[in-house]
Ligand binder design. Structure first.
Ligand code: FPP
Length: 255
Protein backbone atom coordinates (compact mmCIF):
# COMPACT_ATOMS: atom_id res chain seq x y z
CA UNK A 1 0.00 0.00 0.00
CA UNK A 2 2.73 2.37 1.08
CA UNK A 3 4.73 1.38 -2.00
CA UNK A 4 1.73 2.13 -4.24
CA UNK A 5 1.25 5.50 -2.62
CA UNK A 6 4.92 6.40 -3.07
CA UNK A 7 4.79 5.39 -6.74
CA UNK A 8 1.62 7.43 -7.25
CA UNK A 9 3.19 10.43 -5.53
CA UNK A 10 6.32 10.25 -7.67
CA UNK A 11 4.21 9.94 -10.84
CA UNK A 12 2.28 13.00 -9.74
CA UNK A 13 5.48 14.96 -9.15
CA UNK A 14 6.75 14.05 -12.61
CA UNK A 15 3.46 15.01 -14.23
CA UNK A 16 3.28 18.18 -12.19
CA UNK A 17 6.81 19.13 -13.13
CA UNK A 18 6.17 18.51 -16.84
CA UNK A 19 3.36 21.03 -16.53
CA UNK A 20 5.94 23.65 -15.50
CA UNK A 21 7.24 23.48 -19.02
CA UNK A 22 5.90 25.61 -21.80
CA UNK A 23 5.37 23.24 -24.75
CA UNK A 24 6.17 25.95 -27.27
CA UNK A 25 9.61 26.91 -26.00
CA UNK A 26 11.17 23.49 -25.58
CA UNK A 27 14.88 23.54 -26.55
CA UNK A 28 15.07 21.89 -29.95
CA UNK A 29 18.61 20.64 -29.47
CA UNK A 30 19.90 19.50 -26.08
CA UNK A 31 23.51 18.41 -25.65
CA UNK A 32 24.57 16.50 -22.54
CA UNK A 33 27.97 15.89 -20.97
CA UNK A 34 27.17 12.75 -19.02
CA UNK A 35 29.64 13.01 -16.14
CA UNK A 36 30.10 11.40 -12.74
CA UNK A 37 29.84 7.69 -13.49
CA UNK A 38 33.15 6.95 -11.77
CA UNK A 39 32.27 8.91 -8.64
CA UNK A 40 28.85 7.27 -8.47
CA UNK A 41 30.50 3.86 -8.49
CA UNK A 42 33.13 4.88 -5.94
CA UNK A 43 30.47 6.16 -3.55
CA UNK A 44 28.88 2.74 -3.68
CA UNK A 45 32.16 0.84 -3.34
CA UNK A 46 31.80 -0.50 -6.89
CA UNK A 47 34.31 -0.59 -9.76
CA UNK A 48 34.21 2.44 -12.09
CA UNK A 49 32.76 0.38 -14.93
CA UNK A 50 29.65 -0.29 -12.82
CA UNK A 51 29.04 3.47 -12.98
CA UNK A 52 29.30 3.43 -16.76
CA UNK A 53 26.88 0.52 -16.93
CA UNK A 54 24.38 2.37 -14.77
CA UNK A 55 24.98 5.49 -16.85
CA UNK A 56 24.08 3.60 -19.99
CA UNK A 57 20.72 2.70 -18.49
CA UNK A 58 19.90 6.38 -17.95
CA UNK A 59 20.18 7.10 -21.68
CA UNK A 60 16.97 5.24 -22.38
CA UNK A 61 14.97 7.26 -19.87
CA UNK A 62 16.36 10.54 -21.14
CA UNK A 63 15.70 9.70 -24.80
CA UNK A 64 12.09 8.78 -24.04
CA UNK A 65 11.43 11.90 -22.01
CA UNK A 66 13.16 14.22 -24.50
CA UNK A 67 11.10 12.69 -27.29
CA UNK A 68 7.88 13.04 -25.30
CA UNK A 69 8.63 16.71 -24.61
CA UNK A 70 9.25 17.50 -28.27
CA UNK A 71 13.04 17.83 -28.25
CA UNK A 72 14.27 17.36 -31.82
CA UNK A 73 17.96 16.57 -31.31
CA UNK A 74 19.68 14.99 -28.32
CA UNK A 75 23.48 14.93 -28.45
CA UNK A 76 25.25 12.74 -25.90
CA UNK A 77 28.98 12.93 -25.17
CA UNK A 78 29.68 9.21 -24.85
CA UNK A 79 33.43 8.97 -25.51
CA UNK A 80 35.90 11.79 -26.03
CA UNK A 81 39.20 11.77 -27.88
CA UNK A 82 40.78 12.28 -24.43
CA UNK A 83 39.08 9.21 -22.93
CA UNK A 84 41.75 6.99 -24.55
CA UNK A 85 44.03 8.07 -21.67
CA UNK A 86 42.00 5.92 -19.25
CA UNK A 87 43.10 2.42 -18.24
CA UNK A 88 42.66 -0.05 -21.12
CA UNK A 89 40.07 -2.11 -19.24
CA UNK A 90 37.89 0.97 -18.75
CA UNK A 91 38.32 2.08 -22.38
CA UNK A 92 37.40 -1.43 -23.56
CA UNK A 93 34.34 -1.42 -21.35
CA UNK A 94 33.22 2.03 -22.52
CA UNK A 95 33.57 1.06 -26.15
CA UNK A 96 31.41 -2.04 -25.60
CA UNK A 97 28.53 0.08 -24.27
CA UNK A 98 27.18 1.43 -27.57
CA UNK A 99 26.93 -2.14 -28.81
CA UNK A 100 25.23 -3.36 -25.65
CA UNK A 101 22.85 -0.44 -25.65
CA UNK A 102 21.95 -0.77 -29.32
CA UNK A 103 21.57 -4.56 -29.24
CA UNK A 104 18.89 -4.10 -26.64
CA UNK A 105 17.35 -0.77 -27.59
CA UNK A 106 17.47 -0.58 -31.37
CA UNK A 107 13.99 -2.11 -31.83
CA UNK A 108 12.51 0.44 -29.43
CA UNK A 109 14.37 3.28 -31.12
CA UNK A 110 12.90 2.12 -34.43
CA UNK A 111 9.44 1.96 -32.90
CA UNK A 112 9.86 5.49 -31.59
CA UNK A 113 11.00 6.73 -35.02
CA UNK A 114 14.36 7.82 -33.52
CA UNK A 115 17.18 8.52 -35.96
CA UNK A 116 20.62 7.54 -34.64
CA UNK A 117 23.52 9.70 -35.76
CA UNK A 118 27.20 9.88 -34.94
CA UNK A 119 29.82 12.53 -34.60
CA UNK A 120 33.47 11.75 -34.01
CA UNK A 121 36.25 9.81 -35.65
CA UNK A 122 34.43 6.56 -36.33
CA UNK A 123 37.48 5.08 -38.05
CA UNK A 124 39.42 5.22 -34.79
CA UNK A 125 36.88 2.99 -33.02
CA UNK A 126 37.25 -0.78 -32.59
CA UNK A 127 35.47 -2.81 -35.27
CA UNK A 128 32.77 -4.11 -32.93
CA UNK A 129 31.82 -0.58 -31.85
CA UNK A 130 31.91 0.72 -35.40
CA UNK A 131 29.78 -2.13 -36.67
CA UNK A 132 27.10 -1.67 -34.00
CA UNK A 133 26.81 2.09 -34.38
CA UNK A 134 26.92 2.10 -38.18
CA UNK A 135 24.18 -0.54 -38.25
CA UNK A 136 22.03 1.65 -36.01
CA UNK A 137 22.68 4.68 -38.22
CA UNK A 138 21.77 2.68 -41.32
CA UNK A 139 18.68 1.01 -39.84
CA UNK A 140 17.27 4.29 -38.55
CA UNK A 141 18.27 6.40 -41.53
CA UNK A 142 14.74 6.91 -42.82
CA UNK A 143 13.32 7.72 -39.38
CA UNK A 144 11.98 11.23 -38.98
CA UNK A 145 11.64 11.60 -35.21
CA UNK A 146 14.15 12.59 -32.54
CA UNK A 147 17.76 12.64 -33.72
CA UNK A 148 19.93 10.80 -31.20
CA UNK A 149 23.42 12.07 -31.91
CA UNK A 150 26.18 10.09 -30.19
CA UNK A 151 29.52 11.87 -29.81
CA UNK A 152 31.93 8.96 -29.95
CA UNK A 153 35.67 9.43 -30.18
CA UNK A 154 34.77 13.10 -30.49
CA UNK A 155 36.93 16.13 -29.73
CA UNK A 156 35.95 19.65 -30.69
CA UNK A 157 39.49 20.92 -31.37
CA UNK A 158 40.15 18.01 -33.71
CA UNK A 159 36.83 18.71 -35.44
CA UNK A 160 37.76 22.39 -35.89
CA UNK A 161 41.28 21.61 -37.15
CA UNK A 162 39.87 19.11 -39.65
CA UNK A 163 37.37 21.70 -40.88
CA UNK A 164 40.06 24.38 -41.22
CA UNK A 165 42.29 21.98 -43.18
CA UNK A 166 39.44 21.12 -45.55
CA UNK A 167 38.67 24.80 -46.12
CA UNK A 168 42.37 25.64 -46.63
CA UNK A 169 42.56 22.90 -49.26
CA UNK A 170 39.53 24.32 -51.04
CA UNK A 171 41.11 27.78 -51.01
CA UNK A 172 44.38 26.33 -52.35
CA UNK A 173 42.48 24.58 -55.14
CA UNK A 174 40.55 27.74 -55.96
CA UNK A 175 37.16 26.23 -55.07
CA UNK A 176 36.48 29.23 -52.82
CA UNK A 177 38.42 32.39 -52.07
CA UNK A 178 39.82 33.17 -48.61
CA UNK A 179 37.49 36.19 -48.32
CA UNK A 180 34.48 33.92 -48.79
CA UNK A 181 35.29 31.97 -45.63
CA UNK A 182 32.64 32.90 -43.10
CA UNK A 183 30.66 31.29 -40.26
CA UNK A 184 28.45 29.33 -42.61
CA UNK A 185 31.46 27.90 -44.48
CA UNK A 186 33.10 26.71 -41.26
CA UNK A 187 29.79 25.37 -39.94
CA UNK A 188 29.28 23.34 -43.10
CA UNK A 189 32.61 21.56 -42.52
CA UNK A 190 31.83 20.49 -38.95
CA UNK A 191 30.55 17.07 -37.92
CA UNK A 192 27.26 18.76 -37.06
CA UNK A 193 26.91 20.38 -40.50
CA UNK A 194 23.25 19.51 -40.92
CA UNK A 195 22.24 20.07 -37.28
CA UNK A 196 21.18 23.28 -35.60
CA UNK A 197 23.37 24.39 -32.68
CA UNK A 198 22.41 23.15 -29.20
CA UNK A 199 19.96 25.42 -27.42
CA UNK A 200 20.78 23.92 -24.06
CA UNK A 201 23.87 22.22 -22.65
CA UNK A 202 23.55 20.03 -19.58
CA UNK A 203 26.55 18.80 -17.61
CA UNK A 204 26.12 16.55 -14.63
CA UNK A 205 28.36 15.88 -11.60
CA UNK A 206 29.18 19.46 -10.62
CA UNK A 207 32.06 20.02 -13.04
CA UNK A 208 31.91 23.45 -14.65
CA UNK A 209 33.80 23.04 -17.92
CA UNK A 210 33.29 22.09 -21.54
CA UNK A 211 35.97 19.40 -21.84
CA UNK A 212 36.55 19.90 -25.57
CA UNK A 213 32.86 19.49 -26.39
CA UNK A 214 31.19 21.39 -29.25
CA UNK A 215 33.21 24.57 -28.66
CA UNK A 216 31.93 26.29 -31.81
CA UNK A 217 28.36 25.01 -31.66
CA UNK A 218 27.82 26.03 -28.01
CA UNK A 219 28.68 29.70 -28.62
CA UNK A 220 25.13 30.90 -27.81
CA UNK A 221 23.71 27.92 -25.93
CA UNK A 222 22.32 28.14 -22.42
CA UNK A 223 24.25 26.07 -19.87
CA UNK A 224 22.70 24.10 -17.02
CA UNK A 225 24.98 22.43 -14.51
CA UNK A 226 23.89 20.07 -11.78
CA UNK A 227 25.67 18.24 -8.98
CA UNK A 228 23.63 15.12 -9.76
CA UNK A 229 25.89 12.29 -10.95
CA UNK A 230 24.92 10.92 -14.36
CA UNK A 231 23.72 7.49 -13.12
CA UNK A 232 21.30 9.35 -10.80
CA UNK A 233 20.03 11.66 -13.55
CA UNK A 234 16.38 11.12 -14.41
CA UNK A 235 13.42 12.51 -16.33
CA UNK A 236 12.65 15.06 -13.64
CA UNK A 237 16.15 16.53 -13.85
CA UNK A 238 15.67 16.95 -17.59
CA UNK A 239 12.38 18.73 -17.00
CA UNK A 240 14.07 20.94 -14.39
CA UNK A 241 16.83 21.88 -16.83
CA UNK A 242 14.26 22.78 -19.48
CA UNK A 243 12.24 24.83 -17.00
CA UNK A 244 15.37 26.83 -16.10
CA UNK A 245 16.17 27.25 -19.81
CA UNK A 246 12.70 28.64 -20.41
CA UNK A 247 13.23 31.32 -17.78
CA UNK A 248 16.38 32.56 -19.47
CA UNK A 249 16.28 35.36 -22.05
CA UNK A 250 18.44 34.47 -25.02
CA UNK A 251 19.82 37.65 -26.54
CA UNK A 252 22.55 36.36 -28.88
CA UNK A 253 24.67 39.41 -28.08
CA UNK A 254 21.77 41.84 -28.55
CA UNK A 255 19.82 43.72 -25.85
C1 FPP B 1 32.12 10.47 -17.59
O1 FPP B 1 32.12 9.98 -16.27
C2 FPP B 1 31.45 9.55 -18.46
C3 FPP B 1 32.03 8.93 -19.52
C4 FPP B 1 33.42 9.14 -19.91
C5 FPP B 1 31.28 7.95 -20.30
C6 FPP B 1 29.87 8.27 -20.54
C7 FPP B 1 29.22 7.10 -21.11
C8 FPP B 1 28.01 6.66 -20.76
C9 FPP B 1 27.15 7.34 -19.78
C10 FPP B 1 27.42 5.45 -21.40
C11 FPP B 1 27.57 5.47 -22.88
C12 FPP B 1 26.62 4.60 -23.49
C13 FPP B 1 26.29 4.57 -24.79
C14 FPP B 1 25.17 3.75 -25.21
C15 FPP B 1 27.00 5.34 -25.80
P1 FPP B 1 33.50 9.74 -15.52
O2 FPP B 1 33.92 8.35 -15.76
O3 FPP B 1 34.50 10.75 -15.98
O4 FPP B 1 33.07 9.98 -14.06
P2 FPP B 1 33.99 10.61 -12.91
O5 FPP B 1 34.32 12.01 -13.33
O6 FPP B 1 33.08 10.56 -11.73
O7 FPP B 1 35.20 9.74 -12.77
Amino acid sequence: MLEKLTKWKSAMTSEQKSKDIDDINVPKHIAIIMDGNGRWAKQKGLPRVAGHHEGMKVINKVVRKADELGVEILTLYAFSTENWKRPKTEVDYLLRLPERFLNKELPTLMEKNVKVRLMGSVDGLPDHTKKAVLKAVEDTEANTGLVLNFALNYGSRFELITAVKEIAKQVEEGVISATEVDESVLTSHLMTAELRDPDLLIRTSGELRLSNFMLWQLAYSEFWFTDVLWPDFNEQHLVEAIAVYQKRARRYGGV
